[in-house]
Write a new protein. Structure first.
Length: 134
């Protein structure tokens, strides 16, 4: 199956990345994978990530949050929130999903100071609810 014919999941999810001011790079918080090649530009989604076979949360694949509360509670200074979509095989476990491939759709502004986890969750839920695919 070519990459163009891999089915896209209908949901919109949340991807949290760290922004490294020193290197001006967006990276996965724990694995350190660079997302610089996959960033969206304005309202134009980024490129699809490369395919990773046999995805499983915290082991293999491209990870996103399906639980908005867990996404909100996993933001801290230096993190950046994106809306994302996934395609291909996936496994969900504990509010986290590992997909074979993901695409960042757009950045979401979520303040980390003076806002509770619930407040951040509501901002993320609003962004997901208002997102219209191009």
């Amino acid at each position: 199956v070519s990459q163009q014919h891999i089915p896209v999941h209908p949901g919109v999810f949340v991807k949290i990345l760290n922004y490294d001011r020193k290197t001006k790079s967006y990276k996965a918080p724990f694995q350190g994978t660079s997302y610089d090649l996959y960033l969206p530009s304005g309202r134009t989604p980024g490129k699809w990530t490369t395919i990773r076979n046999q995805p499983y949360p915290c082991r293999c694949g491209w990870h996103v949050w399906s639980s908005m509360f867990q996404a909100a509670s996993n933001t801290w200074p230096g993190t950046v929130v994106f809306l994302a979509e996934g395609r291909g095989g996936y496994v969900e476990k504990g509010g986290k999903i590992a997909f074979q491939s993901i695409r960042l759709l757009r950045r979401v502004y979520v303040p980390r100071k003076n806002v509770s986890d619930v407040g951040r969750e509501l901002l993320i839920l609003e962004a997901v609810g208002n997102y219209k695919r191009p």
